[in-house]
Each structure stands twice: as C-alpha cells, then as structure tokens.
Design a protein around this ligand. Structure first.
Ligand SMILES: [Zn+2]
Length: 151
C-alpha cells in the first residue's frame, strides 16, 4: 500500500468519531501491516485515568499484546493528529516504518499543550538511526472536525 492512503484515513476518521461519541478531544489511531488494519484505538486518558492512554499508545499496546512483540517494523501508524512527543518517542522506539497523521495539532488547547511540550517529532526522529517516515498533515480539516474545531 502506498502512503498516505485516503481510504484508510477516512475510515479512521469515521471510526474515531463513532467511538468517541460525546467524548471531547478524541484522537484515533490505526496500525497497518500491508493493506490490513491490525489495531484500532482511540484516546482514553480521562476514561481510564491514565495520562499515557493516547490513541497511538493504546493501539500499540493492543497490537503488542496480541502479537507478544513490541516491534512495529513493517507497520504503519495512522493517527488523526500529529503524534505528541510521548507517542512519537514510542513510535520511534518501536521502529515503525512510518506515520500518517491528520492535523498538525495547532488549534485551541492542543496548541498550548504542544508549546508546553516543545519537542518536535523531527528532533525525536533524528535521534534514531532508523528514521520513521512522517507524513502529514493529511485530510486535516476532516480530522479537525472530530475535535469539534472548524478550520
Ligand atoms: Zn500522544
């Protein structure tokens, strides 16, 4: 599969909006192996009272548990939002092949949040020998709608 894949991102947007329901600030994540979506999750920090329960981390945990392996070599991560420094670090550590993200994360409270954690994916990614391809923003306006923002 070539990345970014519009069909996958649109499916992720639909999945995230449906799963989130009335939950505000939801982010969604799919992990793909080839053409197959092998893990799906949304963020659940408030629901699970877990600061690390971002969509990317939740999807990675599910997949690692089912595979009994934490490597994402050969996998692609799709997120409705640019991965934060925590998630970007986890993705880089897992050696995923690439990331496609929806919106840049520069709107409303997230802008404040990113400024307070001012560590870019480029810096995190540059610290590893194996670079993770980062593609985005992709279908940003559609991804922003999940957050309730109008661009
Ligand atoms: Zn995150």
């Amino acid at each position: 599969m070539n990345h970014p894949n519009e069909k996958v991102m649109r499916e992720l947007i639909e999945y995230t909006a449906k799963k989130a329901g009335k939950q505000s600030q939801a982010t969604g994540c799919f992990i793909l192996k080839g053409n197959k979506i092998v893990s799906k999750a949304i963020s659940s920090t408030q629901k699970s009272q877990d600061t690390t329960a971002h969509a990317e981390i939740n999807a990675m945990r599910k997949l690692s548990k089912s595979r009994k392996n934490n490597s994402l070599k050969g996998y692609w991560v799709y997120s409705t939002q640019k991965p934060c420094p925590m998630c970007a670090s986890a993705i880089v550590w897992s050696e995923a092949d690439g990331v496609v993200y929806g919106w840049e994360g520069k709107k409303g409270w997230v802008d404040v949040y990113f400024k307070s954690l001012n560590l870019s994916n480029v810096v995190i990614n540059s610290s590893r020998l194996k670079k993770v391809k980062m593609i985005g923003p992709f279908l940003e306006s559609e991804c922003l709608k999940i957050k309730g923002y109008k661009k």
